[in-house]
Structure formats: C-alpha cells, structure tokens
Design a protein around this ligand. Structure first.
Ligand code: HEC
Length: 139
C-alpha cells in the first residue's frame, strides 16, 4: 500500500498534490492541462507564511544571508551551518531541529534561546505548521 502510494506521488505532478490539499476541486488528477506547473513551483513550493523568512533566509545550500541558509534544516543541529556566524547562544543551545523544537523556536526565538540574533516570532499556529511542513522538505 504505502509503496504504491509513494510511487504514484513521485510520478504524478504537483497539480495533483495541490488538488488533494485544496479540497475544493473534486476532479482529482484528470486535469493535467488546467494549470501547467512551472518547474520553479515544483522546486520551491513555499507557503505564503514563509515569505517573511526570505528577507533573512535562503533555502539554497551554502547561501547565507542575514540569517543562515535553511537548506537541510530538518534534523540538523542548531548553529551548525558552515560559514555562518551564529550567536554563541544558539550555537551552544544543544537544540536539534525537529517539528517540536522548530515550533517552539518560531513561537519566540528569544524566549527559547535568550541572546539569539533572530527576533521574529510567528504567533499563528497554522502559519507555523505551514512553515514547518515546508522546512521539512528542504534538503
Ligand atoms: C530579520 C531577519 C530574520 C527573519 C525575518 C527570520 N530569521 Fe530566522 N534567523 C535569523 C538569524 C540572524 C538567525 C541566527 C540566529 C543566531 O545565530 O542566534 C536565524 C536562525 C534561524 C534558525 C536556526 C538555524 C540553524 O541552523 O540553527 C531557523 C530554523 C530560522 N531562523 C527559521 C526562520 C523562519 C522559519 C523564519 C520565518 C518565519 C525566520 N527564521 C525569519 C534571522 C531571521
């Protein structure tokens, strides 16, 4: 069962996933021509809530900005991106980024890690979930 499902998700374009998530279009995958998905949308399906993160974070490996790249963030150790000057507070925090720690972080970085350089909280749980879902896809 699971294997079949995985295989078809890989084989079927993003339009099906969008349809499945949107819940409003009943005609499943039968409309491949309705909205041809540009390659860029497949490469980077970020939710709207992630837009604010982009002013400081890239999602490309090796591209650090005001904040470190978020490529490969899921399962990584906090403060471990090569070439980025983390605050000592985050670097020494001992955090591993899983769903729970990311959720706590996004609720209030300065509460979770006093002394961090990241100040922006995301108070809406639905936005945090959308962001974390997306972060987990970043390789
Ligand atoms: C104004 C700039 C800014 C914005 C906006 C911002 N961040 Fe950050 N972020 C930072 C900085 C700076 C750090 C490094 C903090 C430190 O070293 O203490 C950081 C660190 C992080 C880390 C830890 C990275 C690691 O490798 O340990 C995560 C995860 C993160 N940010 C996610 C987000 C997400 C998701 C958003 C959008 C909701 C966001 N950030 C918005 C500046 C920002």
């Amino acid at each position: 069962m699971t294997t079949t499902r995985k295989a078809s998700v890989l084989a079927i374009p993003l339009s099906l996933l969008l349809t499945a998530c949107g819940g409003s279009a009943p005609d499943e995958a039968a409309t491949p021509s309705a909205s041809p998905t540009p390659a860029s949308a497949i490469v980077d399906p970020a939710p709207p809530a992630f837009a604010v993160c982009r002013s400081c974070h890239s999602t490309q490996p090796g591209q650090n900005g005001i904040g470190p790249t978020l490529a490969g963030i899921g399962g990584s150790k906090a403060g471990d991106v090569p070439g980025y000057a983390f605050s000592p507070a985050l670097k020494n925090s001992g955090i591993t980024w899983d769903r729970a720690s990311l959720d706590t972080w996004l609720q209030g970085p300065m509460k979770m890690v006093p002394g961090t350089k990241m100040v922006l909280p995301v108070s809406d749980p639905a936005k945090r979930k959308a962001i974390i879902d997306y972060l987990e896809t970043l390789k």
